[in-house]
Design a protein around this ligand. Structure first.
Ligand code: AGP
Length: 629
């Protein structure tokens, strides 16, 4: 996934674009670059491998004039070609008159590159994206001839050249292009590829991959849908179809996020800020949706009151990574309270399996970003097979939300840290809202129980807040365990997905090898790993129906000199005395416990990674949203 910014207006473009890229650095950070349009109609390209700081230094050294007030920028997460200056975006055509920045994959780029080279085009990089610049160059040759004698022929030729170039692409793209001879108009377009949002200002307009890059300038935005392109000038924007060039009206929305929300808010890392924001994020997600008097859940959109939600016969949950673990928790809730079969599928597996689903299936896709390509394609596969689609997502206007039949937005606010935290707990909260809503409309839960559950749910933000006060205790534990090279997390029942999530958090930000297992699996292999150098974290909550079983697992670990951390209910001495160290959480019903048990595991991973001086918000090799396979 990459970060894209574009600007045209009266202000100096370079500092504005660099600040926008800095807000998007979480989307990919192995190289970055700018293409600036000088008032004399010349393109100036500056691009550097490494983090955005390298680009900032290069721009400073170039003494860019403040009279340059239009340009585009890009921060990259490499898919083709190593992160080098040459492979950094923007890429230009042979004549250096056209520059493009691209997010996505041009799947037919080898074929196109060969065709273009046969026509005399010279390529400078190993990337797939560069073909876009040369295709536009080809398009301009043809379109300029066609439109040269028409009024505004040059402008039309520019738009048609980009449109033609995009029609040659197989794959995904969010792309922004600039042309020396049309300095007034930036062109942006998308088909998958992570998305593009247009920011509307006064005598200035913006383009970006994501909202945080715009918030300092405007809150009025609209999102490009697939196969749409926007022509952006200081005086205005217009959207046309990539497929037929026809104009497309767009609905402008007002972003509620403050610029501060997208900043670190005084914390050393976005991840810590987002862990500490979870009480507020849960409150916002529940806000105006939970009627504590009746237990009714109020969800936005007609889908949730359609006959289908009363009639569907089965559910399939689709997601990746942390969102997949949320889906695993969702299976427990939905199956228990709706008494319908619920399958959970890793989206990347689902899409290649030819699954048995149809008109009687509700497919629930869960995605923080709403742009994860595996999840998006699995959504389309399920839809193609007749299923109705519900999306639990954190980004309004993202692809998943626009292709679903029903949407349940988590209101976690921007999640910048690559390791997902508040998005996960709000996904669990949203799954609870969904379960209660469906249980009510399908008459699967008596009103008194609905009311009770709704009230328990409403207490969670406060309980999470109280739990976060344990941060110091977890910090002490981290000091004892940061030295290990491996870790096992075990849980049973609804806590098994939390064991997986705890292991993922640790491995993705501390680079310690950590695995999650159902406790019942220990005797089937993992117990061979246990010795004094293999710490085990066991989630052993008294509310669990298999509490005694996990206590047995703990005894087996200790009998083999394993180091044992137990996550237990406050005051549970029985479990506590079996472990070397204990993390306590407040007593709560088993079904709601994942929203609490995950929090200390997030903190443990964070504190260990901090002790190991890791790049916590931007762990190596990872990006915030995986928009390429
Ligand atoms: C979780 O910490 C990771 N960042 C990753 O597993 C993530 O959950 C996964 O890529 C899915 O992303 P999504 O929720 O945006 O679809």
């Amino acid at each position: 996934m990459c970060g894209i910014v574009g600007y045209t207006g009266p202000k100096p473009a370079a500092p504005l674009l660099l600040n926008g890229l800095a807000k998007l650095e979480y989307r990919g950070y192995d190289s970055a670059g700018l293409a600036l349009l000088t008032p004399q109609g010349r393109l100036k390209i500056i691009k550097k491998a490494g983090k955005i700081g390298n680009l900032v230094a290069a721009v400073k050294k170039a003494h860019i004039s403040p009279t340059i007030t239009a340009g585009i920028g890009h921060t990259r997460w490499a898919t083709h070609g190593h992160p080098t200056d040459r492979n950094a975006h923007p890429h230009t055509d042979c004549g250096g008159e056209v520059a493009v920045v691209h997010n996505g994959i041009v799947e037919n780029y080898e074929k196109l590159k060969k065709q273009l080279q046969a026509k005399g085009h010279h390529f400078k990089s190993q990337t797939d994206s560069e073909v876009l610049a040369h295709l536009i160059e080809e398009g301009l040759k043809h379109q300029s001839a066609v439109h040269s004698r028409q009024p505004a022929g040059k402008a039309k030729a520019w738009v048609e050249a980009v449109r033609w170039a995009l029609s040659q692409i197989e794959g995904t793209y969010s792309v922004v292009a600039v042309y020396e001879r049309e300095p007034e108009s930036l062109i942006g377009a998308r088909a998958g590829g992570g998305g593009l949002v247009v920011g509307l200002g006064k005598d200035e307009n913006f383009l970006a991959s994501d909202v945080p890059a715009l918030l300092a300038h405007t809150r009025r935005v609209y999102y490009l849908d697939d196969n749409e392109m926007v022509i952006l000038s200081p005086s205005g924007t217009r959207v046309v179809s990539v497929l037929n060039g026809k104009p497309i009206p767009k609905k402008v929305s007002e972003i509620q996020w403050s610029a501060e929300q997208a900043e670190k808010g005084g914390y050393p890392h976005f991840m810590l800020k987002e862990i500490m924001e979870q009480p507020r994020a849960l409150e916002d997600t529940f806000n105006s949706r939970l009627d504590l008097g009746t237990g009714e859940v109020l969800l936005e959109g007609k889908f949730w009151s359609s006959p289908f939600v009363r009639e569907f016969k089965k559910i399939t949950l689709l997601a990746m990574g942390t969102s997949f673990y949320a889906a695993m928790v969702g299976k427990f809730l939905l199956e228990k309270y709706l008494r319908v079969p619920v399958e959970v599928d890793n989206a990347s597996e689902f899409r290649y399996r030819d699954p048995i689903i149809g008109k009687d299936t509700l497919a629930i896709v869960i995605s923080q970003s709403g742009e994860t390509v595996d999840t998006l394609v699995a959504l389309r596969e399920a839809k193609a097979k007749g299923a109705k689609i519900a999306a639990i997502c954190n980004v309004m206007g993202s692809s998943v939300t626009r292709e679903a039949d029903g949407v349940l937005l988590t209101r976690a606010g921007p999640e910048i840290g690559v390791a997902s935290t508040k998005a996960f707990t709000t996904q669990l909260g949203a799954l609870w809202l969904l379960t209660l809503h469906l249980a009510r409309v399908r008459k699967a839960m008596p009103p008194a129980e609905l009311k009770r559950k709704a009230r328990e749910l409403a207490r969670l933000p406060m309980m999470v807040g109280a739990l976060l006060k344990q941060r110091k205790a977890v910090e002490k534990l981290a000091k004892l365990y940061a030295k290990y090279f491996n870790f096992l997390y075990i849980g049973r029942g609804i806590q098994y997905p939390i064991a997986l999530e705890g292991a993922l958090k640790l491995k993705e930000i501390s680079y310690i090898h950590a695995e999650g297992y159902p406790g019942g699996e220990m005797k089937h292999g993992p117990i061979a790993l246990i010795d004094s150098k293999m710490p085990v974290l066991a989630i052993a909550l008294k509310s669990s129906g298999v509490y005694e079983k996990i206590l047995n697992n703990m005894a087996e670990v200790k009998a083999r000199s394993g180091k044992l951390i137990a996550l237990v209910e406050k005051g549970d001495k029985l479990a506590g005395k079996k472990a070397d160290h204990v993390i306590e959480i407040p007593a709560i019903s088993e079904d709601l416990s994942p929203l609490l048990s995950v929090v200390p595991l997030q903190l443990l991973a964070y504190e260990i990674a901090k002790l190991k001086h890791r790049e916590i918000d931007q762990p190596r090799n990872l990006a915030k949203s995986v928009t390429v396979e």
